[in-house]
Ligand binder design. Structure first.
Ligand code: PDD
Length: 290
């Protein structure tokens, strides 16, 4: 595989960054994960927009314009002959003397890694997965705003470790006030009495691109959507639940801790929304629009 590294496509064995890179030393940087279907990077403009927003929030100036970044993504895919792909674009503060001052790093490091997309096991979509509400709380927005898609992932990694120890697929983090926030790499939704609920951005989450599209699909299907602050009990008592992200799309959740959700099988609204999401992907492939 070839890796895009600061404007060049290099074989992966030669794609090296400095040990002085502040991405390595301090987790100082940002990233995006994208998915390509049949050679088309789904909602690429939304991902690039969020990348620039993350850059602004950490005062990292992305010197290359959005169009150039878009071209770099497509060139990397085409060099690797990939059509259905996972794409990881990272921008770190770059190499510089040891010290926290971003001014020590004159040039950010831009890396694009692409891989053949490996489908998730069909079984997890058919049966749903178990999640656990973990002890690790999501960063408070006043400490490290979850809106920043940051390379500094320890908050989520600590939650992931708890999920692994509990033997569940994903961890659900509460915010510092004890309300539902999000998963380690996913947003969470639940259904109650036919309406769809998801923690609002104010709960302290990353406003997922998949999340936004799911809400649009739901509204289009006549499903009432509410964003707000929800307690763990509201999730335990849900009729259906699911998690979302760019690569998973919609993954049904059938158990939260020891509470079975609904009948313990993926629910009808979850199925309907996933179908609607797939139709949006199809439309995007045809028209380049949502
Ligand atoms: N993660 N919340 C967090 C903390 C995330 O890291 C992600 C995405 C999401 C969902 O966002 P989106 O729908 O835009 O993918 C929510 C990606 C997939 C990752 O870390 O690789």
């Amino acid at each position: 595989m070839f890796i895009y590294l600061n404007g060049r496509l290099v074989p992966e064995e030669k794609a090296r960054v400095s040990v002085f890179d502040h991405g390595f030393l301090y987790g100082d940087g940002i990233y995006e994960t994208m998915r390509a279907y049949c050679g088309v990077v789904f909602m690429i403009d939304e991902h690039i927009r969020r990348l620039f927003r993350s850059g602004e929030l950490i005062k990292l100036k992305i010197v290359r314009p959005p169009d150039e970044i878009k071209r770099a993504i497509y060139n990397t895919l085409s060099k690797n002959r990939l059509k259905d792909a996972y794409i990881r674009l990272s921008i770190s503060r770059g190499p510089g003397e040891i010290g926290l001052d971003p001014g020590l790093c004159p040039k950010p490091t831009i890396v694009i890694i692409t891989k053949r997309f490996k489908e998730y096991p069909e079984e997890i979509y058919k049966k749903g997965v178990r999640v656990s509400i973990v002890k690790t709380r999501r960063n408070a927005p006043e400490a490290l705003n979850p809106k920043i898609k940051s390379l500094n992932f320890l908050n989520n990694i600590l939650a992931k470790i708890e999920a692994k120890e509990a033997g569940v697929y994903e961890a659900v983090m509460l915010n510092y006030r004890g309300y539902l926030a999000e998963g380690t790499i996913t947003n969470i939704f639940f259904v109650k009495d036919g309406s769809l609920f998801t923690p609002s951005v104010e709960a302290g989450i990353l406003d997922g691109i998949t999340r936004k599209l799911i809400m649009k699909v739901a509204k289009g299907n006549g499903v009432k959507v509410e964003e707000g602050l929800y307690t763990p009990e509201s999730l335990y008592g849900a009729d259906e639940a699911f998690i979302t992200n760019t690569t998973l799309e919609i993954l049904p959740v059938t158990k939260v801790d020891n509470k079975t959700i609904g009948n313990g099988i993926p629910g009808p609204i979850t199925g309907e929304l996933h179908k609607g999401y797939k139709e949006e992907v199809e439309r995007y492939l045809r028209t380049g629009k949502i």
